[in-house]
Design a protein around this ligand. Structure first.
Ligand code: FAE
Length: 535
């Protein structure tokens, strides 16, 4: 059996089975965090989860706690082994092969600085951030055990209840706000920055400038909750702990401080002793078979080459490959006849959460700081008045830029669909860049006013030469297998029993804020129902 670090060794699963599950769970508990196993060819398993992001981790943990043995399949790497520099993750200022998924040149969200392109050549490797290009949009996603939690900014926001009807119209808000949002926030370790520290630390000078400008123009300023360990960040500032947020780590992983899924759900998953995780395994097919479904997957090496193909039988299969991963897979399986009974909603209703980025050039008296924490914790909530929630985002360049930078989440009506392209053997997405205009307009409702008040202008050097708006990308793909349309109201796919969708593809294109708390809470809700009724 090949392990994810390239070595060979006995599978932990085989070992556990051989020693008896009770002895295994007790005596080998300490091994659980480090043991590496991957699924065997021709295995028969009760539950298989595709993907190890938020939806996948919630599913695996709750199934395992209910006594079900679970196999998680993840196309990315384990991210548990340091590179030659002693660190697991690369820094944003010095991207290397670890930074990007199978690219020979970086594709940084901010492609330019002072008008100069900043992308650089890197070796092709199964790195952590995928900049997946579709016509009209680049969709950034995390690759590896932990999914998007590895690369994201940790902003952990529960939507305001009055807007929940826009987010998940078929889901009862009472149960979400009374049970599942609190559960998700507790499991993810969400907390708020100490406001007194925010007010004084040099690392959030950019946040304070953002607050001042918002308030002077009459916009509601909010602290944005995060999963970063704020006490750890204080130690970074004091020089008593190795730096992560204060060393510009983000996008390509945080070596310390951030409570990614590796430190929350995945730790609990490993402690159950009932879950195996197979990194560098990419699911390519799911089709009915006696006893459930045949799941076919490719095992990859770190250049992305397929080293072997495996087929297993799973009684139940949970799609948690992320909005893009699940939508692409289901679109292909429906179109190619592997799962022909999936309904016509597959691949529909995909949205970008209205993401748009912009920078503003401040006056010299509004320095934003050479030291900027890479973890955003401030925002402008103009959703009610103008349909935009703007994060005050860092530009951790290490030098004073006099720039304020924002990622806005906006209300946008546009939804795209995936369709199967038989000629290329890939799923296409029919997004149009022009659809971002409503998002730009919503963001302008904030920043035009701030610029007028402050006598400032937009930066035009961050996304190209004389390009103001970052309208070519999203960090927040949502939809493609919408709840209560492609699935029932708990994620059971229409057309097949024992197939479920558990990730961001259930959500119809917007969460009004950053999405991962909602993805986690919805998965908690759905898996509880599925365990109660389907097992
Ligand atoms: P996700 O976390 O993407 O997990 C899916 C997993 O499935 C991935 O690990 C894939 O590698 C794997 N996979 C895909 N296809 C296959 C296959 N065929 N076979 C096997 N494995 C497969 O899905 N959200 C916030 O709420 N706050 C933030 O601050 C924030 N910042 C972000 C910053 C960046 C740069 C990015 C890229 C995203 C950010 N997000 C943020 C979005 C958030 O990470 C995202 O919504 C969730 O990770 C989506 O969770 P899912 O469980 O849907």
């Amino acid at each position: 059996m090949r392990c994810d670090n390239g070595s060979t060794g006995p599978s932990r699963r085989t070992f556990l089975t051989g020693t008896g599950s009770i002895l295994g769970a007790v005596a080998l508990g300490g091994l659980a965090g480090t043991a590496k196993a991957s699924i065997s060819d021709a295995a028969t398993v009760p539950a298989l989860v595709i993907g190890t992001g938020y939806g996948g981790c919630v599913t695996a943990l709750r199934l395992a706690q209910a006594g079900v043995d679970v196999h998680m399949i993840e196309m990315g790497m384990a991210w548990d082994t340091p590179g030659p520099d002693g660190k697991i993750f690369a820094n944003t200022t010095t991207p290397d092969q670890r930074s990007f998924w199978l690219r020979t040149r970086t594709k940084q969200p901010l492609s330019n600085f002072l008008g100069f392109p900043i992308d650089k050549d890197i070796p092709k490797y199964t790195g952590i951030l995928d900049a997946e290009e579709f016509s009209g949009i680049t969709v950034y996603q995390g690759r590896g055990v932990g999914g998007g939690s590895l690369v994201n900014g940790g902003m952990a926001v529960t939507p305001r209840r009055e807007f929940f009807g826009e987010v998940l119209p078929s889901v009862n808000p009472d149960e979400m706000y009374n049970v599942y949002y609190p559960r998700a926030n507790a499991e993810l370790g969400v907390s708020l920055i100490d406001p007194a520290w925010f007010d004084t630390t040099p690392a959030y000078q950019y946040g304070r400038v953002g607050r001042k400008h918002a308030q002077r123009s009459g916009f509601p300023f909010v602290y944005v909750p995060n999963v970063y360990d704020w006490n750890y960040m204080k130690q970074e500032a004091d020089g008593t702990a190795p730096k992560s947020a204060l060393a510009g780590e983000i996008l390509y992983g945080n070596n310390y401080g951030k409570k990614s899924l590796q430190k929350t759900y995945l730790q609990k998953i490993r402690a159950t002793g009932r879950v195996t995780i197979s990194p560098l395994h990419r699911v390519t097919s799911v089709t009915p078979a006696s006893g459930g479904y045949t799941v076919t997957m490719e095992e990859l090496n770190t250049t992305g080459a397929v080293v072997t193909t495996k087929s297993v039988t799973a009684a139940k299969v949970f799609f948690a490959a992320g909005s893009v991963g699940t939508s692409k897979l289901l679109t292909k399986l429906k179109a190619t006849g592997a799962l022909p009974n999936l309904n016509g909603e597959i691949g529909q209703g995909w949205g970008d959460n209205g993401n748009v980025m912009v920078g503003r050039a401040n006056h010299l008296w509004d320095a934003t700081g050479a030291l900027q924490s890479s973890i955003p914790t401030a925002g402008i909530d103009n959703w009610a008045a103008g349909g935009a929630f703007a994060e005050v985002a860092p530009l951790p360049t290490g030098i004073e830029t006099y720039a304020s930078f924002y990622l806005s989440i906006t209300r946008t009506p546009s939804r795209a669909q995936f369709s199967w392209n038989a000629a290329t053997g890939k799923a296409d997405l029919n997004w149009q860049t022009a659809w971002k205009q409503t998002s730009i307009n919503a963001a302008k409702s904030i920043f035009d006013k701030i610029n007028a008040k402050e006598g400032t202008i937009y930066r035009t050097d961050l996304f190209g030469v004389y390009k103001t708006w970052g309208d070519h990308l999203t960090y927040h793909p949502l939809g493609g297998a919408i709840i209560n349309r492609a699935t029932d109201n708990y994620g059971r796919l229409h057309g097949y029993s024992g197939l479920y969708v558990m990730d961001g593809s259930l959500i119809p294109g917007t969460t009004t804020v950053n999405p991962f708390v909602t993805i986690t809470a919805l998965a908690e809700r759905n898996v509880e129902k599925i365990i109660a009724t389907d097992f």
